[in-house]
Design a protein around this ligand. Structure first.
Ligand code: SAM
Length: 592
């Protein structure tokens, strides 16, 4: 029997289950949207989006408009430290985390531009799993490497066999053949690069008259062997140095780093070639200001990188007593954004936390999208971004970026599910939908771009130049359909989504008529708002374990510690019972 084809992959409980996500529309909460009172520069950006809601549905909602548009994604997902999973067995815990991450990563990948890059922070506990998961979602060949971030100056010995001072940032390109090298600053002016490179094979380089700067006194050099030790250099021509330059053309034989064409290029670009003394050891002196590749060690010593200690200080400066637990420092995020983007590019963070990515992207002149499920979207992210826009946040990378304020953002929430069940259990269009919302939602579901034309009642959007959509709750008669068909004409086609119609299906060749909601019933999963897995939805083992915990508390054992922990969660608005599990992990709980 032929062996079934096997592939190298990570498996986990529930890997095959995939949500059939409803592409929701986004509703603007205009009272929360914000912009500066006046334009600060020509490049101010006002298109930025802050979405308060679950990121899986939010990413699905962004799919139509932002597929292929995002240059850089940074995520800092809950690290699966065990705090919210403490009542589950390890296999299930990892499986849930992997499924939650996989579903989100797949959507994130779609949103990236062809040369776009995703960065994900992660700690020791899941770095190996996340790497394999990212290999699976992005393709192993698109892995760009792993940054080690020095997260603390002093190690923490809690829950570890060694003092942990690092975390990681994994980097994956949508297509590594198209993504740029990661840039970390510019070369300094005056840096010398020797032309001699022992072992490179002997070649002759020719230097035109005046091409080389001589730092020795003006004189005449006769042809001679200037080799010493392993360095081979022979002057093949008589050479006169006058006013610090070679008067005529001359040749040097040696083992060179550069080819003749590279030397010609250097001379043509006006860069400097220098010989300081005899024996000749020519150097290429760079003007500086060229981009340098980023090293994979983001540490205090290498880039004066900021740590959690610095990030906590930034958060206290912003929020005082309500400082966010374990935010990322602005410098870490700006280093990553700077590595792969230019001003005006889109940057996205779907685990916004306290809003560091948006704040940094804004200060760097990038456009941004952030998604955050927790209440801190309103209590932390929103006021932080307002401060940035007002130029009233002097912390983080404000000085380094020269940020003075300006721009704005729109605040959105997810629309409820388009369909709901009536009292007989039949799917109907949700009562929360008014006609404009219905038209926009149907456009999204059917793959049309929503752009209603007020003059043409039947034009709610288009999929191509000549293909349009009309959404109505009316029951359309044959006469009405004929009238619309005549208006659409022979050169165009129209999809009509209506409550009911009276005509044969193919009666009008330029019209396709469908009933709502029947036409979309099987398109996706309806009425599901929570893809973060509620604690209550998990298997009954929880009930047993909770009962055990309660019994221990009642008996006094561990009581103080347990109640202090839940107290902490309440303080952050993270009561375990009413927050989805994925979000409950988000605020660190003292594990980072
Ligand atoms: C570790 S924090 C991010 C911290 C952030 N990098 C900062 O500097 O402030 C992770 C965040 O992800 C959020 N989160 C978790 N699950 C989510 C979900 N399903 N949708 C949206 N946000 C979620 C949590 O509420 C938490 O704020």
């Amino acid at each position: 029997m032929a062996e079934r084809k096997k592939r190298l992959e990570l498996t986990w409980i529930g890997k095959e289950e995939r949500p059939r996500l409803e592409p929701r529309i986004l509703l603007e909460t205009t009272s929360l949207s914000y912009h500066a009172a006046k334009r600060a520069t020509e490049h101010d950006s006002f298109e930025n989006l802050l979405i308060h809601g679950d990121n899986l549905l939010a990413l699905k909602a962004l799919e139509q408009q932002f597929t292929g548009k995002i240059k850089c994604i940074y995520i800092d997902p809950p690290y699966n430290t065990g705090s919210a999973f403490e009542h589950y067995d390890d296999g299930l815990e990892h499986s849930l985390w992997l499924s939650l991450m996989r579903d989100r990563l797949e959507l994130l990948r779609l949103l990236l531009t062809e040369d776009g890059v995703l960065f994900s922070s992660i700690d020791d506990s899941e770095v190996a799993y996340l790497t394999i998961l990212l290999d699976e979602v992005f393709g192993r060949k698109n892995g760009c490497g792993q940054f080690v971030w020095e997260k603390k100056k002093k190690p923490s010995f809690l829950n570890a066999s060694m003092g942990v001072v690092t975390e990681y940032v994994l980097a994956y390109a949508k297509d590594r053949t198209k993504s740029p090298p990661f840039i970390g600053g510019l070369t300094t002016a005056g840096k010398k690069y020797p032309l001699n490179n022992a072992g490179n094979g002997v070649k002759v380089l020719t230097f035109p008259s005046g091409a080389v700067v001589f730092r020795c006194v003006d004189q005449v050099f006769e042809p001679q062997d200037m080799s010493e030790g392993k360095i081979v250099t022979r002057l093949l021509d008589r050479l006169e140095v006058r006013d610090g330059r070679n008067v005529g053309i001359f040749r040097l034989e040696g083992e060179w780093r550069y080819s003749q064409s590279r030397v010609d290029e250097i001379i043509a670009e006006g860069e400097t070639l220098v010989i300081s003394k005899s024996p000749f050891r020519p150097n290429h002196v760079k003007d500086g200001g060229e981009p340098k590749k980023l090293k994979n060690l983001l540490s205090v010593a290498h880039y004066e990188m900021s740590t959690y200690e610095d990030a906590t200080a930034e958060s206290i400066a912003l929020f005082g007593d309500a400082a966010f637990d374990y935010p990322k420092p602005e410098k870490l995020i700006s280093t990553l954004i700077d590595a792969v983007t230019n001003p005006g590019d889109w940057v996205l963070d779907s685990f916004a936390g306290s809003g560091t990515t948006g704040a940094v992207a804004h200060k760097m002149g990038r456009r941004w999208i952030m998604v955050e499920l927790g209440e801190h979207c309103l209590t932390h992210v929103l006021p932080r971004l307002k401060q940035v826009i007002d130029g009233a946040d002097p912390g983080g990378v404000t000085e380094a970026t020269g940020w003075r304020g300006g721009g704005g953002f729109r605040c959105y929430r997810l629309a409820p599910s388009l369909l709901e069940k009536d009292k007989w259990g039949n799917w109907i269009v949700s009562r929360a939908y008014h006609p404009e919302m219905l038209a926009e939602a149907m456009c999204k579901l059917e793959g049309f771009h929503y752009a209603p034309e007020p003059e043409v009642f039947w034009n709610h959007g288009r999929s191509t130049e000549n293909d349009f959509i009309y959404v109505t709750t009316q029951n359309l008669s044959r006469e009405q359909l004929r009238f619309i068909s005549d208006q659409v004409g022979r050169e165009r086609t129209l999809l009509i989504c209506c409550s009911a119609f009276r005509a044969k299906k193919d009666e009008f060749p330029n019209l396709t008529v469908r009933k709502i909601p029947q036409a979309v019933l099987s398109a996706c999963e309806w009425g599901r708002d929570d893809y973060s897995l509620n604690v209550e939805q998990l298997p009954p083992v929880q009930v047993v374990e909770e009962a055990k915990v309660e019994a221990r508390m009642n008996a006094g054992a561990n009581g103080e510690a347990t109640s202090r922990k839940s107290e902490g969660r309440r303080k952050k608005g993270h009561a375990v019972q009413d927050l989805p599990l994925f979000a409950g992990l988000g605020n660190g709980e003292g594990h980072r």
